[in-house]
Each structure stands twice: as C-alpha cells, then as structure tokens.
Design a protein around this ligand. Sequence first.
Ligand SMILES: [Zn+2]
Length: 487
Amino acid sequence: MAKKVLFKDCKFLYTSPVLGGMKTGLSILIEGKKIIDIAPFTELKSKYGRQVDDCDIIDASNKIVMPGLFDAHNHLCNTHMNLSRAFGINYDSVNDHMFTTVHDPYGWHTEESLFDVSLLSALNDIKHGATTIENSTILPDAAHKAMKKSGCRGILAPQMATSFQLDNERLNWKEYLTQAERCIKEYHNPEEKMSVAVHIHDQWDTLEEVMIRGMEMAEEYDVKYVTHFWEFPDSTRKADLEFESEGGAFLHYLNKGLINDRCVFFHGSMLSEHEIDMLSETGASVIHNPDINGTNCGNCAYIPYMLDKGVNVGIGSDYGSLDALTSMKLALLVHNIQDRPLKGIKGYQAFYAATMGGAKAYGMDEETGSIEVGKKADIVTIDLTKASHLAPMATSAIPYAEEILMFLFVRNCAGTETCETMIDGEFIRRDGNFTQIDEEEILRKANLWFEKFIPDLAQQRKAGKHYATKIHEDYLKDSEVDLQSLL
Ligand SMILES: [Zn+2]
C-alpha cells in the first residue's frame, strides 16, 4: 500500500480561498487521493502515532502550501498560434481573424505535433500552479493522450463548428456530434481525473441545430456545455443584428435554452450590465481570460460587476502565457484600470476565482478547489527560500493583515514555479522538478514544431492556400441553409 504523505509544518497554508482561510503552522495528512486530516503536527502525532513517522514527509516549514489552480479555459495545442500573428490581425472582421490566425494554426497540426505541443503547454501550466486544465481542442484523441501524460486533472472539450473544416479534421456537423459523444463515452471519467465537455466553438460559426443537439447531449450525459461567448465587439454587433427582432442575441439564446447552469462561457467580455443581470439568474459561469484579452483587442469582461451580481467566475490563460499564476495576477490588476463605475477586485476574489470559481464552473467544488479534509489532494507548494519576489510575506501579519497578504501574494506570484505539485494524491512535481516526465525532451520536440510552423504557413500563404476550407457563411440562420446538403 502506498505511503501516507505529510506536508509538515506549513509556513503558509491557504485552506479555503476566503478571508480566514490563511493559516500557519499546520500539517496536512494525505492518504491515497484524499486529504484525511489538517492539524498541528503534535496533534497528528498523538492521534496517529507511528503512522505519522512512516509517512512520506514534505518539510513545508518554509513553503506556501495552497490548493492547485484551475486554468479554466485553454487551447493547449495552440501555443504556436501566437506566431501566426506575424501575418496580420484584423479584429474589425473577426471572421477574417479567425480564418487566418486561428484556423490555419489549428489545421496545420498533425496528431503528432498536436500531442507534443499540447503536452508542453500542459507542463508549463502545471509548473506555474495549475492542477486542473480545461482544454478546448481539435483532434481530441491526441489531446486526451497529452493531457493524461501530463498528469493534470483535465476537462477535454472537443471543438465543434460548422462554417469551416480544418484540413486535419474534415468532419461535417453530424460527425462532430458523433465525435463529441464518443469522447464522452470513452474519456469522461472524473474519478480518473478526466471530464469531457460538449464544446461549441462560437455562435457565429456553428449552426443552431448543432448547439441544440449539443445541449441535449450535455444533458443526457450530465456534462458541461462550454463555448466562447462574446469576446469581440464585431461578433457581438453582428449577432445582435441577426436576432434584432428578438431583442438581441443574448435573449435569443436564453429563450432557446442555451444559457443555463450547465454552461461555462469563455470571456464574457462583451456582456452588458443588463445581460450580466440576466446571466446571474441562470447559474452559468464565466471564465475570465485577462492574458489573452490583453493580447487580443483588449476587451475585458466586467468582472467586478459580475461578482457583485453573484455570477460564478473562473480564470483561464487561454492560449496566452500558459501560466495560471500570471492569469490570476492579471485578473487582480486589470479591473483597477478599466474606465467603469465598479473598479478592482480583491486578492481573495482573484484567488477564489482561480480555485473554487473554476471548480464550481465544472461541478468539481465538492472535490477540489480548496484544502479541506475529505477533498481530493490537489496541492501545490512554493519554496519561499527561493522566492524573493514574494516578499514581504510574513506569517506574523496573518492576524492583522490577511487580506493584504493575499493581495501581495497574488500581485507578486507571476512566473513562480511550484516546488511540489500533487494531483489526486500523486506527486507530479517534487523539489522543483517533474517526477514522471522528461521536460527537456518534451520542450525539444515541441521546439521542432515551432521552428517548422511559420515557414510552412508562409509557403501556404504564398500559394494562396489555407489549412482550412470555408463550408458556409458565418452568422447564418439555420433557415438559410439546407442542413442535409452539408453532410
Ligand atoms: Zn479560447
């Protein structure tokens, strides 16, 4: 039987991500996948006797010990997409932007390149605090393999769209639905760290029949329904025009049953206050991606208002810096510099969003998102002997200034590498290194693909070609197309 694990004498222990959750001097006992006790070491010693001495002991007397973060929206295979910006970006027409800077990098992948890039991206995310990663992706079998290999707790979201076909995934709308259902049947196993979500890429590029059937599938299998929802002004404007007679696109989708507590919406950048009011009644979650919002056209969700209205918010890195800690830091800071009546969020709100917010969004808050007895052991540590950037974290300040300490931690944490990462009671990282995989080799392989991508894309462009084909116009109503003709 595997040894119990003890995180001994935690200098800082972040238990629940709320005020009062920051402790010092406690130890955590793990058995199998779960946290079985949290108490001062002397108490554990008198309670468990010799069992405590036989534990695998992590000396945490100079460490921050905290729940693993949720990177609640990502595209792990798209790290190279950041390079395709070299060929120009047109946010005034999101559809042009998608075709040239999003579909091309997607469609360029082979199963092998997608595996290597996804694995590298997952490792980087884990290294920077993530233990759970949502992965909106194409080629879901290779993506699943990479997620499993990384050791993360995963949410696999095979992308569905109808207005284009990628060269490497030539599926029509029915085949996409079949693929999504197959992935749920084969891979959805939360007990073994993997969930599958029904994923509509976006509203403008997917016919409503697929959205409705997708929602029915999500209900049938009791999984989440995830989609990009209002990231760009151009798409919001066009969608509102399309459904003008119904009072706009939000109301249209609400009335169609496509906005409910099963939904996890990525970005929410363009949601108005009125729409946020309506959203807050539905129980849907929003995943805030400040890293990629700042990289792209700078639309930023009105998160302070959402929190005020009780909307559950998680944080994602999207395909940005792939650093969950940096995403949390950005979420803390960007709302202070938005020209809006409600400004700023607190350190604890950012930390909550990056932990329990993500966990709630994906229905995992009973199991993960905090360090509590009975929960799964998804725990990360930060070695304070090597973290001069986290100064002045002082345990003596906890009774006086816990909120300030959490603010300082979140503000300063970007780029920190974890010392230990434990997922489901198993060490993925220890003493600052991955325990089960050769990170350098994975980086070497991924770099070969990154070197190849831009020359390939340049050649394709020179020949006037893309790695994707247009199937129908975007922003099309189902009544404007013969669905059977697309099969
Ligand atoms: Zn995205």
